[in-house]
Design a protein around this ligand. Structure first.
Ligand code: SAH
Ligand code: SF4
Ligand code: F3S
Length: 480
């Protein structure tokens, strides 16, 4: 019997597989059924994205495909004819938020029975989530996976034709798609994928299963995209990958992330950022490139996860705390005024008091500019899900509280160090809290609120820093 291509559910065993096969690069693949173009006329869409920057970029591509079909962006959920939730599965609370959202949408569906409601992103790649949605949530019309985005026009058309739910979630290593349309969220800052997927398989993490294997875009395609962004007047790009240091490994061309960074810098885009860089395989050459090219921003996100060797080993992180510290210190001593932030997980299965104290020691030593801190969330299908854990949730919460307090203290300390300096700020717009104040990010990726000229929005200006707080800097523009 032939498989029904509109009822393909995720398969975690297949998702965990890695081959050495060469990755296909697919150009200009979008096919839009004419009937769908008729349906889409005068119809509106909303894409709501959760999770990381890779997902944000996927959201922009999904919007691009919908606009290419003929939909236009809705101003509210109520006026939407198509609603797409682009989800994240990294922690259980991310999943819960999406289930909450699905609940709210029930009302919309009641008021507008023609509404097509779709779910995609990393939650779609998870067996447990999909069986739950299929058995309980009848308002979902379409589910598609992270490898199925280019099929969206056909899937959407099928959703209009069929009374059944349309499900198409491939579990595979994946390809590289080029030339998909996109609608970028910002006119000044852009995400640029340089690679997809992850092969690190940290034991707590769903990403290698939801995103497929590490696969790099060709440098020619990346540089072409960056040059277009320069022409369009973009001020900043962020090169995206789950682990950008692995860029190029799969292509075997002897061309790595350091080479790419330098070549991107030569396009003269005013600002280059990248995320995320794993401490493993972070080379001296990368650090020197950040130092030597003024348009590569002096900011590194360097996830620690834990400061304890036994936990790091069980997490599968591939470095010891000593190696981490060496790298950290090299970055600090090589790049002037660099800012470094991190991610830390507390309460990994059977994390002892001593292990937690080891993490606190590294935090005390590194005095990060900022930290994203999480309580370990067991993810079905990952090795850590099955690890024995006898640590109570109260203990974990207390640890998190202590960690947050410490990281806040150091963030403030680092920000106070900026007082009196003149920093370059790319102005995003009026501050969220006070319309008379402008806000933007410094080269060091610090959020700066300042008094300045409203005509500076979208430009890079000089701001004298008057006050450093835990999460923001305050200042005044000095080059109006
Ligand atoms: N590719 C990035 C991480 C992406 S996920 C990297 O390797 O740095 C972002 C962060 O979420 C991770 O750094 C980790 O701190 C956290 N995270 C991932 N899985 C988690 C889990 N199961 N529980 C709690 N935090 C988790
Ligand atoms: Fe997850 Fe580790 Fe890959 Fe980061 S490097 S995405 S934490 S598996
Ligand atoms: Fe979430 Fe998937 Fe990104 S799990 S963090 S959206 S890769």
């Amino acid at each position: 019997m032939e498989e029904n291509k509109y009822l393909i559910k995720p398969d975690s065993k297949v998702a965990a597989f890695r081959s050495k096969n060469k990755v296909d690069i697919i150009y200009s693949s979008l096919i839009i059924p004419n009937e769908l173009i008729d349906i889409a006329r005068n119809k509106k869409y909303t894409v709501r994205t959760f999770g990381c920057q890779a997902n944000e970029r996927d959201g922009e591509i999904i919007s691009g495909i919908l606009e290419k079909i003929g939909y236009s962006k809705a101003n509210s959920l109520e006026e939407s004819d198509v609603i797409i939730l682009n989800t994240c599965a990294i922690r259980e609370n991310a999943n819960e938020r999406v289930f909450g959202e699905i609940g709210h949408l029930r009302v919309l569906k009641r008021n507008n029975p023609d509404l097509v409601f779709a779910l995609c992103g990393c939650m779609a790649q998870q067996e447990t989530t999909i069986s739950k949605i299929l058995s309980t949530n009848n308002q979902v019309d379409l589910i598609f996976g992270t490898h199925n985005i280019s099929n969206l026009p056909d899937l959407l058309y099928q959703a209009y034709l069929s009374k059944e739910k349309i499900v198409q979630v491939y579990s595979k290593e994946g390809e590289v798609y080029e030339d998909l349309p996109s609608v970028r969220d910002s006119k000044t800052k852009a995400w640029v994928n340089i690679m997809y997927g992850c092969d690190k398989f940290c034991t707590y993490c769903v990403v290698p299963y939801t995103r497929g294997k590490e696969r790099s875009r060709l440098k020619e395609d990346i540089i072409k995209e960056v040059n277009e962004l320069v022409r369009e007047g973009y001020q900043e790009i962020t090169l995206l990958g789950q682990n950008v240091n692995a860029y190029g490994n799969d292509l075997n061309l002897g061309y790595n992330f350091e080479d790419l960074l330098k070549e991107v810098a030569k396009t003269n885009i005013p600002r280059i950022r990248f995320t995320t860089s794993h401490p493993w395989n972070f080379t001296k050459g990368m650090i020197e490139a950040i130092r030597d090219y003024p348009n590569i921003m002096p900011y590194v996100h360097l996830p620690l996860q834990s400061g304890d060797d036994e936990i790091l080993k069980r997490m599968g992180r591939r470095y010891t705390f000593k190696e981490y510290l060496e790298l950290y210190n090299l970055i600090r001593s090589t790049i002037p005024n660099v800012a470094i932030t991190t991610d830390i997980i507390v309460g990994f299965p059977n994390e002892s008091d001593e292990a937690f104290e080891n993490t606190m020691k590294i935090v005390d030593e590194c005095k990060y500019d900022g930290a994203y801190t999480f309580i370990f969330s067991p993810r079905p299908g990952t090795p850590a899900y099955l690890m024995k854990d006898e640590i109570s949730s109260q203990t974990k919460s207390k640890r998190l509280e202590r960690l947050i307090e410490a990281t806040k203290k150091y963030a403030k300390l680092r920000n106070v160090e900026q007082e009196g300096k003149i920093l370059k700020v790319l102005v995003d717009g009026p501050s969220k809290r006070n319309p008379d104040i402008l806000s933007g990010y410094s080269e060091e990726n610090k959020l700066v609120n300042f008094k300045g000229n409203p005509n500076s929005i979208g430009k890079i200006v000089k701001v004298k820093i008057l006050k450093g707080k835990a999460f923001t800097l305050e200042g005044v523009q000095v080059d109006e």
